[in-house]
Design a protein around this ligand. Structure first.
Ligand code: IMP
Ligand code: MG
Length: 189
């Protein structure tokens, strides 16, 4: 879907498909520079990261090895551990491998901080993070994110893989969901 197809549900369009595409190409160049021989496993976090994963890997000029994990978080996002559950685990043994976690968005940082620790605990030789979007004002657990697509305000956004109640993931751009659509309270809180 195009961002214009959901314009009525948005209070603001943050990024068009063209802006995202341009930024993806820049991120790919950064990643190629840091992993010149392509010796890295890209780990996408389902479901939100499917779009950035598809776009980023096709932009890369090396043979990208990919795997996916699905996790869900429980409890207050101020808690730093023990509140993330693995719903689908990796097929790959990451011991001794360089891992690059690919996330759609970093909000509180809970999911990513847990995932980084989890990859380290499995013996990954290095763990880096790429988040397509990040809300700096919402971060509660700092995570060293090596590759950031765009920093955005702490509003609830949809499109480019991000959903509200499983809708809008397949929208090409990114927009702020109008509060009227979700009834006011932060749908992620
Ligand atoms: P965190 O653990 O608080 O950083 O949250 C990360 C996850 O929450 C993301 O991977 C998304 O699935 C979801 N999320 C956070 N903010 C938004 C948003 O603005 N729109 C849609 N999903 C979001
Ligand atoms: Mg996610």
């Amino acid at each position: 879907m195009e961002i214009d197809d959901i314009r009525g549900d948005l209070s603001e369009v943050l990024f068009t498909e063209e802006q995202i595409e341009k930024r993806i190409a820049e991120l790919a160049r950064d990643i190629e520079r840091d992993y010149p021989d392509g010796d890295v496993l890209l780990v996408g976090v389902l479901k939100g990261a499917i779009i950035v994963m598809a776009d980023l890997t096709r932009e890369l000029k090396f043979h990208a090895h990919i795997d996916f994990m699905a996790v869900s978080s429980y409890g207050a996002s101020t808690q730093s551990s023990g509140v993330v559950k693995i719903n689908k685990d990796l097929d790959t043994d990451v011991a001794g491998k360089k891992v690059l976690l690919i996330e759609d968005i970093m909000d509180s940082g809970l999911t990513l901080s847990w995932l980084v620790e989890n990859m380290r605990a499995r013996g990954a030789s290095s763990v880096e993070v790429c988040a397509m979007f990040r809300k700096p004002e919402a971060v509660k657990i700092p995570v060293d994110v090596r590759y950031v697509g765009f920093d955005i305000p702490p509003s609830f956004v949809v499109g480019y893989g991000l959903d509200y109640a499983e809708k809008y993931r397949n929208v090409r751009g990114l927009g702020v969901l109008a509060p009227a659509v979700y009834g006011g309270a932060d749908p992620h809180a």
